[in-house]
Write a protein that binds this ligand. Structure first.
Ligand code: SF4
Length: 279
């Protein structure tokens, strides 16, 4: 079992994912971030996202030290990484799906990215999978990982977040409004620049949504995040908020409020096989 993929974020370190988890379901937040419980499974969608991200990181790292990889090398790398990392913590939530559906999707996303973006991308890489961290108050540290930090050919600093999600973001706070712009805010401070671009690249569609972050916006974003982290720290009740996401929640076998339809019960069955149904 790959424990690090399932481990919670500790203590007073607040990531965007942690705050988003509280918004989506306070009980899941309590299990994961306050009680430190491990989720019983990883959905195959999450595993696919990690596998694709690993290959993207490798593509840019390889290009930085020698010839850029071609499409066949990229797909070989993806297949190898999938086979090596796939373990029994990964669950196919949609019970009618076969694993090949996700492998094919990963190949399609990487091929599209290679042809439409990577092959003509002349930007410079500043950092890959870069951990960013800023102390916002005595008890609150914001942290996150930027997929890629770079500079355009014209020298503009940017942060990009790769998304394998089914739909593109809508610009709202927990969709696109905070995550990449917060990372850009950290990068601005680290590089003493006056502005940076924050982007989301949607790998299923080959589209990128950009935002500009200057010093004033960065200060607002960090202040907003501090408010959200303070609200999380002050929360005293953690009600269940059941819904569609229950099928993808690794606590669904132990949660008394879980709502998991049979057709999306692959994760639940996986958890039950592990003896995680406690009630
Ligand atoms: S199963 Fe649903 S209600 Fe229960 S913790 Fe998970 S997301 Fe929340």
């Amino acid at each position: 079992m790959n424990d690090t993929k399932l481990a919670p974020t500790p203590g007073n370190v607040y990531s965007f994912s942690r705050i988003k988890c509280l918004q989506q379901c306070p009980l899941r937040y309590r299990y994961r971030y306050l009680q430190g419980l491990k989720e019983a499974f990883r959905s195959i969608e999450s595993f696919l996202g990690n596998a694709v991200h690993d290959v993207l990181e490798w593509m840019y790292a390889t290009r930085d030290i020698g010839p850029a990889p071609d499409e066949s090398m990229i797909l070989e790398r993806f297949a190898a990484s999938w086979n090596t990392d796939r373990d029994d913590t990964v669950a196919i939530v949609r019970v009618d799906d076969e694993e090949d559906v996700y492998l094919k999707l990963g190949r399609e996303m990487l091929s599209r990215f290679f042809r439409e973006t990577f092959a003509r991308d002349r930007s410079e890489t500043v950092a890959l999978e870069q951990r960013l961290s800023v102390r916002l108050a005595d008890t609150v540290v914001f942290t996150g990982f930027a997929d890629r930090i770079g500079r355009t050919e014209k020298g503009r600093l940017f942060v990009i977040d790769y998304k394998t999600s089914k739909s593109e973001g809508d610009g709202s706070e927990f969709s696109e409004g905070l995550q990449a712009p917060l990372y850009a805010s950290c990068v601005l401070a680290d590089n003493s620049e006056v502005e940076a671009l924050a982007g989301y690249h949607y790998l299923r569609y080959g589209t990128t949504h950009w935002q500009q972050v200057d010093g004033e916006r960065a200060a607002q974003l960090l202040e907003r995040f501090l408010d959200l982290a303070n609200e999380a720290a002050a929360a005293g009740e953690f009600p269940a908020r059941p819904g569609t996401l229950c099928a993808w929640c690794g606590f669904n076998a132990q949660c008394p409020a879980a709502e998991v339809p049979e057709r999306f019960s692959g994760g639940l069955r996986r958890a039950e096989r592990d003896g995680r149904r406690l009630l």
